[in-house]
Design a protein around this ligand. Sequence first.
Ligand code: GRF
Length: 191
Amino acid sequence: TRVAVLISGSGTNMVSLIAEGRSPDSPYEVVLVVSNIAMAAGLEKARAAGVETAVIEHRPFGKDREAHERALDALLVEHEVEVIALAGYMRLLTPWLVREWEGRMLNIHPSLLPLYPGLNTHARALEAGDAEAGCTVHIVTEGVDEGPVLGQARVPILPGDTPDVLAERVKAAEHILYPRTLSDFVGRLHS
Ligand code: GRF
């Protein structure tokens, strides 16, 4: 199954998805990495891994979100992409794109959804005095950080944690959870 990974930033989840996609019995392969930010550090990592990259900036499209997404969608179709994995893609999607890819677009979110949708998840978990944090892989639907949960991983919150320290611990869990969940998902798509 041909997977595209959409990023805006550092792309550490993307790296783990590429690596797993190359393991001998992987049911998927990352064939394309797309960023809306030309300077995203993840693009260099994808190139270094030998994966095709593309940049489709949103700025030239101004307020027309759908026009930006139509350009993105055309590129995905051209590359015969079957499944999209959002990995730190910092754009809200229009209902149009979500419907185009309904049931074939996954996202990873750094909290134990339904807790803490949106931004600053780690600071919010610390402020709430939670005993644990984690990450969630889910199918993308029109509501932000909603949609059926495919997998979660939990990590403890430890005394003295800052949002950055906690983010690192959660990210280590993300890098295991996302490839595994994507593999399971893709395996079920074709069975
Ligand atoms: C991750 O924490 C992910 O859960 C969130 O954005 C971050 C992306 O990090 N959606 P990276 O670019 O994969 O390093």
